[in-house]
Write a new protein. Structure first.
Length: 316
């Protein structure tokens, strides 16, 4: 696709029905906002997931809306190389990638993690424990299941991965492992010298972590991710509660969790990129409005959407 054609498609997408009617000019500013959890194409047909935007389009959306940065995520491959290439084409946005330790990259594979960390440009910043292939998400004995523990102990290869994460000062996500395993991973990561960790959406996507366990994770030094997609939203996407001035209902439970844990311990991301939903930037615009109307101060909102994501990625 020629460059002018790609831009034409983008502007058409941004103004099309079904993506919300919030406008760039009259919505909250996204300057400084970083989405650390943006699903992008090219996706693999091995999994039954479709993506609305490819990696380049995602970065262009972030630029159009004035975001600072975006982290590209794909369940079955590393995205550091994508981030490097896209950053050359959209230099106004800080684009990063990572690696999800699912079966397609060899599971808990320290060599794959180090290769990602050493990708040209230093754009590989995040290592995710298994997600769709996590043993906790699959039936016992499933051929694609990737375990991280046995009999209450982390597997030796997890410790080797954590050493690589610490060596290159990467960020660590707990992925879709169980709540008990997530706490085990956080403890071991801290012992290995990993500085930046977040618990991946512990109140969303079939992953349930009690408030007591979330507070334990925070006490160990991890951030808690609150995502702007998923359960509780009409039609599998954010619910518009004011059609004339679109504001999203991001769920009373998620707002309650933020209050209970404190904004200093929260990182807000979208977990978006699915067809038929608002794009990453529009979700943030609507979320900022909801958070402000819910009583959070600008400083608290900035902490959750700008400062904490930047700190997690090792940025200033």
């Amino acid at each position: 696709m020629l460059k002018w054609q790609r831009w034409a498609v983008l502007f058409s997408l941004l103004g099309s029905a079904g993506l919300g009617s919030a406008q760039v000019d009259d919505a909250p500013s996204l300057a400084g906002v970083i989405d650390i959890h943006a699903h992008v194409a090219p996706e693999t047909a091995l999994l039954n997931f479709k993506r609305a935007y490819d990696a380049l389009e995602a970065a262009q959306i972030a630029r159009i809306y004035g975001m600072r940065g975006i982290v590209l995520k794909e369940h079955n491959t590393e995205t550091a190389s994508w981030a490097y290439l896209v950053s050359q084409m959209v230099p106004a946005v800080e684009v990063y990638g990572g690696i999800v330790l699912n079966k397609a990259v060899g599971g808990i594979n320290p060599v794959a993690v180090e290769s990602m960390a050493l990708t040209r440009g230093g754009r590989g910043r995040v290592v995710y424990m298994p997600t769709v292939d996590a043993e906790a998400r699959n039936p016992p004995g499933a051929p694609r299941a990737v375990p991280v523990s046995r009999n209450g102990q982390l597997l030796p290869e997890v410790s080797e991965v954590l050493k690589v994460v610490a060596k290159y000062d990467l960020g660590l996500s707990t992925g879709h492992v169980s709540a008990d395993e997530a706490l085990m991973v956080i403890r071991a990561a801290k012992q290995a010298g990993v500085r930046n960790i977040y618990v991946q959406h512990p109140n969303h996507g079939g992953i349930v972590m009690s408030m007591a366990r979330m507070k334990e994770a925070v006490g160990l030094g991890a951030l808690i991710e609150i995502v702007l997609s998923g359960e509780g939203f009409t039609g599998g996407g954010p619910k518009v509660v004011n059609a004339e001035n679109p504001v999203m209902d991001y769920g009373p439970q998620k707002l309650a969790d933020i209050r209970a844990l404190g904004p200093a311990n929260i990182i807000i991301s979208t977990d978006l990129g699915q067809p038929g939903r608002v794009n990453y930037a529009q979700a943030f615009q609507m979320a900022l409005a909801v958070l402000a109307k819910s009583g959070f101060t600008k400083a608290e909102i900035d902490m959750m959407t700008k400062q904490n994501p930047a700190r997690f990625l090792g940025l200033k």
